[in-house]
Ligand binder design. Structure first.
Ligand code: LLP
Length: 421
């Protein structure tokens, strides 16, 4: 459930009419709902209670500092994958002891930054990384708390580009080698083993792969304890999917996911961490665009928007579906017409939807892409010198621009011309 509803035929974000925001900031823009972010975060909180736990929001899904602060105020931790994300979490007021650092390619500079600024744990993904972290921590006279990310060789049954838990993927250490690598970690200076980490993929719409992976993690916890390691934390990753197509999908609910966690690892006496991104931010955001032209092509009609693949890349990158709805509800009785919904970028891949039934629309009408709060603005680029679109946060009847649209001047001035030109 989200807080983007029609009132008197006009799509609202909480108590703010979308056309009001469009008039203030221009299109395209992203808009996020505070109440929806909060609601989704609390669903996980409730689903994991009474287990000791920390919900670490995956900053990669939506890194705007105002969004992070909205969640941090409720006590959320953060899952970061770069020094930049770490600084965003810090800028949102998240203390180091609530930040976990994931990612396959952490640099020594990033390790140093996190050790100096405070970190809950590093989720270590390889032996070379483990050795580097041991060296960096030792040189600082610090001790790095770690969990080792294990690859459980489980098929997440999601899009191949976002499945991460199969043995052929680049992530983690094969679970069969875990005991050996934990033994190595225990011998290294500057390293303190605190737990186990696993993340098998994103947009999972079936709980079974989680069940298989978490069962393996529970077995490994027992084995590592028998080997003499202290395992007090289990980081179970993110990945719970959302209903992108509202008409025909109903992925499992956080409460069902929580019950599964309790069933598989709940008796181990560990603190549980999870790293959800999409389920918290996805349906808390819309991308709002204007119609530029209607074009009648050979056997098909095109709706050309002012938003493009550079603003929301998921449809062209993964063939992802986003519901696209008119901001002003159509008058009853108007027959939806199939059209290809496209952006102005000079690539055929700049297509948001094909033969999508939409009520008749006119130039300047507003449309909204639903489920755009995760992996939307964060994956945007300035391809075709299209400025990054602004982000707006709504809270009840208030809204604020939380990232302004850059001017062309700002964009062009980032380039510099060498002296020989
Ligand atoms: N933890 C780790 C280690 C991850 O790699 C990810 C996502 C998450 C947590 C959060 O997963 P979530 O709960 O959001 O599913 N750009 C793609 C999604 C890439 C996900 C990468 N890792 C998309 O637009 O679908």
């Amino acid at each position: 459930m989200d807080h983007f509803l029609y009132r008197d035929g006009v799509l609202h974000a909480e108590d703010v009419a979308i056309p009001e925001i469009a008039a203030a900031v221009g299109t395209p823009f992203y808009v996020y709902s505070t109440a929806t972010l909060e609601r989704h975060y609390r669903l996980f909180e409730e689903a994991l209670s009474p287990l000791p736990h920390l919900v670490c929001f995956a900053v990669k899904s939506n890194g705007n500092v105002a969004v992070l602060k909205t969640l941090a105020r409720l006590g959320a931790g953060m899952d970061v994958v770069s020094g930049g994300e770490y600084l965003r979490a810090k800028a949102a007021g998240v203390p180091g002891e609530r930040i976990v650092f994931s990612g396959v390619g952490k640099t020594r500079a990033e390790m140093r930054q996190a050790l100096e600024g405070g970190i809950r744990q590093f989720n270590v993904e390889s032996e070379p990384e483990l050795l580097a972290l041991s060296e960096v921590a030792s040189a600082l006279g610090a001790v790095a708390p770690i969990a080792i990310r294990v690859n459980p060789d489980v098929d997440a049954k999601t899009h191949e580009k976002i499945a991460t838990g199969k043995k052929e993927n680049k992530f983690g250490i094969p679970i069969a080698r875990a005991r050996e690598v934990y033994a190595e970690a225990a011998r290294l200076p500057g390293i303190n083993i605190v737990g186990i980490d696993v993340h098998i993929g994103s947009q999972l719409t079936d709980l079974e792969p989680f069940e298989l992976a978490y069962t393996k993690v529970a077995e490994l916890t027992r084995a590592l304890r028998a080997d003499g390691h202290t395992i007090t934390r289990l980081d179970l990753g993110g990945g719970l999917g959302i209903p992108y197509e509202r008409s025909n999908s109903a992925p499992p609910l956080p409460v069902e996911y929580g019950a599964l966690i309790k069933r598989t690892v709940g008796d181990l006496g560990c603190e549980v961490e999870i790293e959800p991104g999409r389920l918290i931010s996805g349906n808390a955001g819309l991308l709002v665009a204007s119609v530029i032209y209607l074009k009648h092509g050979e056997g098909r009609d095109f709706l050309i928007l002012d938003a493009a693949m550079n603003d929301l890349v998921r449809p062209s990158m993964y063939g992802a579906h986003h519901d696209i709805v008119p901001v002003i509800e159509p008058a009853p009785g108007l027959e939806p017409q199939p059209c290809d919904i496209v952006g102005p970028v000079c690539e055929t891949g700049d297509t948001f939807a094909k033969a999508r039934p939409l009520p008749p629309l006119e130039p300047d009408d507003l449309v909204a892409f639903r489920s755009a709060g995760a992996y939307g603005a964060v994956m945007a680029s300035e391809y075709n010198t299209r400025p990054l679109v602004p982000e707006v946060l709504v809270h009840g009847d208030q809204f604020a621009v939380i990232r302004a649209r850059p001017s062309f001047d700002e964009i062009i001035k980032r380039d510099s011309i060498p002296e020989w030109l």
